[in-house]
Every structure is written in C-alpha cells, then in structure tokens.
Design a protein around this ligand. Structure first.
Ligand code: ATR
Length: 282
C-alpha cells in the first residue's frame, strides 16, 4: 500500500498561479533554517483556485492539513472577507495576502505587502521625516499606506489619474494620523519629494505617468512596485529625470514573503541572498 501524499502545509493561492515565485522564495527561506524543529514538515506549494471558488478551496486546503496561505490575484479581497480576525494592517489595506490557521480553526488575515515595501525601502534610505509621493490609489497603494505612515514621514501625497480615488484614501487615513496627507492629480503635484513610489499598474501596459521631472528632489529614491527583467517604464522615467537611486519591486516581493514566513514560523529569514538569487532568475 502506498502512503498518501502529504498535503502541503502552506500554499500560495491565486488564479492563475503557475507563474508564482513564492514557492521558490519560501523554499530558500526554509533552507536557511535546515534542522530547526520549528520547520519540521514545512512545505509550500501552489494552489490554483477557481475564480468563484476561493472559500471552498481554502476549506478543502485546511481539511487536508493546511496551516497557512499566501493569497494573490484575484483573491485578496475574498481573503479579507473570509478571515475571522484581521490585523490592523490588513484592516487598513482592505485586503489580505496572508492567512494563518488559528488553534480554533478560524483564519487570521494579515497583509504583509506594506511591511515588505517598507523593509525594502529601508535597505536604501530612511523614511522618517521624508516627503513621500505615492502614485496610484488602487489596492496596491492602499495596502502600503499604514506601514508607510508608521515610519513617521514628513508628509504623504497621493497622486492618481482619478482624483476621487486618491481623495477617498486621504479621507480614510487622515482620520487616524497627524501626518499631512494630500490628494492630487498628476498634473497638479506641487513641490518635491524624497521618496516616490509607483503603485499604479500603468507599467503593465508599458505606459509612463504624466508627472513632471521636478517632483524628484535631489537624492530622491524612485521605487516601482513592479519589477521585471527589463527596466520598468517608471524607473526609466526616473532615470531620465536624473534620479540615481532607483529600485524595483522584487525586494518588496521577497520582503512580503519574509513577513509571512515570520508570521507562520516566528523565524526571520535573511532576504538578501534570496533577492540575489531571484534577480538572477529574471
Ligand atoms: P491594484 O490592485 O494593482 O492597485 P487597481 O485597484 O485596479 O489595481 O488600481 C490600479 C491603479 O493604477 C489605479 O491607481 C489606476 O488609476 P485610476 O484609479 O485612475 O484607474 C492606475 N492606472 C492603471 N493604468 C493606468 C495608466 N495607464 N495611467 C495612469 N494610471 C493608471
């Protein structure tokens, strides 16, 4: 008689999911703690869920021994609704990218995207006291606002093609912070910024954003949540504006995974070698 195949303890759930790099990232994290009893039986796989079948897939996963999951497109809002308990940063994000099974079989929903971004930015520059320009007002932008504000920047300006979406986010987050928040359209961005973050999906279509080169302060860091083998349109735009410090979102991807790994295992992996390896694979 053959043994039943052990179900993976952790998965990344999405649709599509075949392209996800999370299994490689988590395998590399786990390898850093080889022999650690906290990781006994740790395994991580991909799980393709039907677009209308997220909750059922999660239930099935839990029944087969699943302990935690990363959640990606298009299920982050489904995971937000499914979670019985939410961390403050998931609540603020309105989306969940990490689920952890609790002792009573309920799900804790967390969002580690913003922490991943902050950790990666901090590898390059300070955030405290800096002027931040966040480009975009969709889910990706919303997900990073609370962790950015927690770093005590001087100000946070949200610029978006559709002004009303940026204004809504400002209204939502200004209620709980004394840090100056502002919303504007791309053509109305006033002043200079030390940290300019692209959270739009414009790069996906190869498009540039209609922002002035003057928004980049001397010594500014331009950060694109997107990444790829080639320079992203936003980072090309920043380079042409004379910005020296330019970083793409690969470190954010590894950083959010490290935060999820820590939630599940209480271990803090070293992101640096994993990032180097991931860069080589692009
Ligand atoms: P996500 O979850 O990736 O943030 P989203 O909620 O659909 O996705 O938000 C996409 C963001 O990219 C929005 O800020 C969107 O601007 P609008 O709110 O005006 O739609 C922005 N975006 C997408 N394509 C863009 C483009 N070609 N130029 C400028 N902004 C763009």
């Amino acid at each position: 008689m053959t043994e039943p195949t052990a179900s993976p303890s952790y998965v990344v759930i999405g649709n599509p999911i075949a392209h996800s790099k999370s299994p490689q990232i988590h395998a590399l994290f786990a390898a850093q703690f080889a022999g650690n009893p906290a990781l006994a039986g740790f395994c991580y796989d991909r799980l393709l869920a039907p677009v209308d079948g997220f909750a059922a897939s999660v239930a099935q996963f839990a029944a087969s021994g699943g302990r935690g999951a990363n959640v990606t497109v298009p299920f982050k809002e489904d995971a937000f609704r499914l979670a019985n308990l939410l961390t403050a940063r998931a609540q603020a994000a309105g989306a969940v990218n990490t689920l952890q099974l609790q002792a009573d079989d309920s799900w804790l929903g967390d969002n580690t995207d913003g922490a991943g971004l902050v950790a990666d930015v901090l590898r390059h520059v300070e955030i405290r006291g800096r002027r931040i320009l966040l480009l975009g007002a969709g889910g990706a932008a919303r997900g990073v606002i609370l962790p950015l504000l927690a770093q005590q920047p001087a100000s946070l300006t949200l610029a978006n093609r559709t002004l009303s979406r940026a204004s809504q986010l400002v209204e939502h987050f200004q209620a709980n912070t004394t840090i100056l928040l502002q919303a504007c359209e791309y053509g109305a961005i006033a002043g200079q910024f030390d940290l300019i973050i692209n959270a739009t999906s414009a790069s996906l279509g190869g498009e540039r954003l209609p922002i002035s080169n003057s928004v980049f302060a001397p010594g500014a860091l331009a950060y694109d949540m997107m990444y790829g083998k080639d320079e992203t349109p936003f980072l090309a735009q920043a380079r042409e504006a004379g910005v020296v410090l330019r970083v793409d979102g690969l470190g954010m991807l590894v950083g959010q995974a490290a935060e999820a790994f820590h939630l599940w295992t209480e271990l803090r992996p070293d992101v640096e070698p994993v990032l180097v390896w991931m860069r080589e694979q692009l």
